[in-house]
Ligand binder design. Structure first.
Ligand code: GUN
Length: 305
């Protein structure tokens, strides 16, 4: 079997076009949507990620407000920037790029972020809203995965999704989302992780499998039900080589599969933009504004040509 490629770049391009329309509408109201970033230290991959986010913002008409602190910045200095961004009306949403340098209490910093400006959707208030099914920003990678599956009409509702990984940024919020009674979700969800003795029999039950463990090749072809959709969301680096949680041979068994590059990554970045414009719309009093992964956002199919 040759799997259909879940082309995240194509879907992300549609999402960016939607965000660009929304920022244009805000501009006509006299509002420039603004995304803030806080980078501490000189961790090269973090600096690259932040630069990419700024480039994405520029492409869709979102202004970037960047603060770069030295690696020697103290807890108080970082929190002072957080307080400034909370109070700055130009910054509708922002993120503190992780990881923070050793010795910094990351949780304390993240707790200080105004939940209304939390573009990552990872503030405890927003995770709590997700648990309750209340509106709010949703973590970008889970939101992007649901959007990607919907865009390709992968059957999810009423099906069995196996999520491999229970991390706070992907596995845990994704499992909550997929189990909710919403378009593109409403699935039976099993979460498996490194504490599970035998993954194979459980993963093989999945009509959809999302690998978010960060363990290269953890999903092998023999674990996948023929025709299943397989999403590789966990990555790790071997030197400069990006490794996937999904073994290449899985493409011979799966019905749908994400490419190693251009699958989930572009979707995560696109959802960040959608969360940012939604925060700007909320601040401007636009009614019916949709965060990433809210009813009415992924309810609209974005089918690549
Ligand atoms: N570091 C790596 N990925 C991310 C992300 O999505 N958000 C934040 N804040 N930091 C990161």
């Amino acid at each position: 079997m040759s799997a259909v490629l879940l082309d995240g770049e194509a879907v992300a391009a549609r999402v960016r076009a939607e965000v660009a329309e929304r920022t244009a509408r805000l501009r006509r109201m006299g509002v420039t949507a603004g995304l803030g970033t806080i980078l501490v230290g000189d961790h090269a991959p973090s600096a690259r990620y932040v630069a990419m986010k700024h480039a994405d913002c520029a492409a869709v008409g979102i202004a970037s407000i960047h603060e770069h602190l030295p690696a020697t910045a103290t807890q108080e200095e970082i929190e002072a920037v957080v307080a400034r961004f909370n109070a700055d009306d130009r910054v509708h949403a922002y993120l503190v790029q992780l990881p923070l340098p050793e010795g910094i209490d990351t949780e304390r910093v993240l707790l200080a972020v105004d939940p209304a400006k939390d573009v990552d959707g990872l503030h405890p208030v927003n995770l709590g809203r997700l648990v309750m099914g209340a509106p709010g920003p949703i973590a970008c990678t889970p939101a992007g995965i649901v959007e990607l599956l919907a865009a390709f009409d992968v059957p999810v509702e009423g099906r069995h999704v196996v999520v491999i990984g229970r991390g706070l940024t992907i596995g845990r919020p994704l499992a909550l989302l997929l189990a909710m009674k919403r378009p593109g979700c409403n699935a039976a969800v099993t979460v498996v992780h490194t504490g599970v003795k035998e993954l194979g029999p459980l993963v093989r039950e999945g009509d959809v499998v999302v690998a978010a463990a960060g363990q290269p090749g953890i999903v092998t072809a023999d674990m996948v039900k023929p025709g299943a959709a397989v999403v590789g969301a966990g990555t790790s680096w071997q030197g400069r080589r990006l490794l996937s949680d999904v073994d290449d041979a899985v493409a011979e068994v799966a019905g749908f599969i994400t490419p190693r590059i251009g699958g989930v990554g572009p979707m995560t970045r696109a959802m960040l933009l959608r969360n940012a414009v939604a925060a700007a719309e909320a601040a401007a009093g636009v009614r019916g504004s949709a965060h990433a992964a809210q009813p009415g956002s992924w309810g609209r199919r974005i089918t690549p040509q």
